[in-house]
Ligand binder design. Structure first.
Ligand code: NAD
Length: 330
């Protein structure tokens, strides 16, 4: 039995994580969930959306799966996600983007993986005001952080029989920070027997929309990874289906790419596929391949049949009906 920290989260989080738990349990995986609350509702009581007990639970169990957490825009508390990633040194954000047969989208054969640096860059939120006149955000890029994320990308490519790694950057303009990322990417790439190339982030955005099949593993600094993974989710059916894993040396936290979607929260219409696919990644990380494969194949059959799809995928099934359909195929 594995003990896993489960953070239901805000907005649609409790609905999609509860669907995920039902599916994982129906697959036969033996998981003891340690449920810990984090998010908006705790701010009044703890003066933070992520009390210490959350971090302690993840450090103890070494593995967690979380629903999305709301981050106030332009004010208030530092993002829970950024705090978690930095405190636990979860230096990689791994996001596989794959088409499912049966989900209508602009492309049918997308199969690429985004490896996003997860601890620094503009996304770290190091910023300060310059009086009333302006504000300054610092883009911190360090060689060790570039090295370990690029190594992860090449190791991932090697282990998963991927053919190419593309480094994404804006080193033509940010010659020092992104230049360091690019040079490190090339140095690491030279150590592997895998094809690699690099691409400027704006060109990457266009090329991904025109020819996503040209990409395999893509590694990039934090902010570009944030933006391009949402773009890529749009290539295969939207945010409701894309999973993710935050991976560090000691712990891993699995979560969907999407946010708390407050507009649809509490309506039993959210698509739980993304968090269910995150659980599939988690089960593989734990070595529970049989249960992971069973869930993945049940999802494939539900999409292929296409009778019980959630609203975001053009269907009219509720979260519960969609979940029951997956369990039927397990
Ligand atoms: P969002 O991902 O919540 O929503 C974007 C769009 O996608 C909305 O139209 C939403 O309805 C739809 N959507 C998202 N997930 C869906 C699902 N599972 N099923 C069906 N439709 C889905 O992004 P946002 O609106 O920019 O952010 C809302 C809040 O979530 C913000 O506070 C943001 O900071 C937070 N957020 C948290 C995380 C996280 O915890 N990892 C990630 C992104 C955003």
């Amino acid at each position: 039995m594995y003990k896993v920290t489960l953070i239901p989260g805000d907005g649609i989080g409790p609905e999609v994580t509860s669907a995920m738990v039902k599916v994982v349990e129906a697959s036969g995986a033996d998981i003891d969930w340690e449920i810990v609350e984090a998010g908006e509702a705790l701010i009044e009581k703890y003066n933070t959306a992520i009390p210490d007990y959350v971090i302690d639970s993840i450090k103890k169990n070494k593995i967690a799966i979380k629903g999305p957490i709301t981050t106030p825009i332009g004010k208030g508390f530092k993002s829970v996600n950024v705090t978690l990633r930095q405190n636990l040194d979860l230096y990689v954000n791994l996001r596989p983007i794959k088409s499912f047969k049966g989900i209508k989208s602009r492309y049918e054969e997308v199969d690429l993986v985004i490896v996003r640096e997860n601890t620094e860059d503009l996304y770290a939120g190091i910023e300060h005001k310059i009086g009333d006149y302006g504000a300054e955000s610092i883009k911190l890029i360090t060689k060790p952080a570039c090295e370990r994320v690029c190594k992860f990308a090449f190791e991932y490519a090697k282990d998963n029989n991927r053919q190419k790694v593309t480094g994404v950057h804006k080193a033509n303009i940010m010659k020092l920070s992104d230049g360091l990322f690019l040079n490190t990417f090339k140095e690491v790439g030279e150590q592997y027997d895998i094809n690699f190339d690099d691409l400027i982030v704006d060109a990457a955005a266009m090329n991904l929309v025109l020819n996503p099949e040209n990409y395999d593993v893509m590694v990039m600094p934090n902010l570009y990874g944030d933006i391009l993974s949402d773009l890529c989710s749009g290539l295969v059916g939207g945010l409701g289906i894309i999973p993710g894993a935050n991976i560090g040396k000691d712990c891993a936290v699995f979560e969907a790419v999407h946010g708390s979607a407050p507009q649809i929260a509490g309506k039993n219409i959210a698509n739980p596929t993304a968090i269910i696919q995150s659980a599939v990644m988690m089960l593989r990380y734990l070595g529970e391949y049989k249960c992971a494969n069973k869930i993945e194949s049940a999802l494939e059959q539900v999409f292929l049949k296409g009778e019980k799809l959630t609203v975001d995928l053009g269907g009219n099934a509720s979260t519960d009906e969609f979940t029951e359909e997956i369990i039927k195929y397990l």
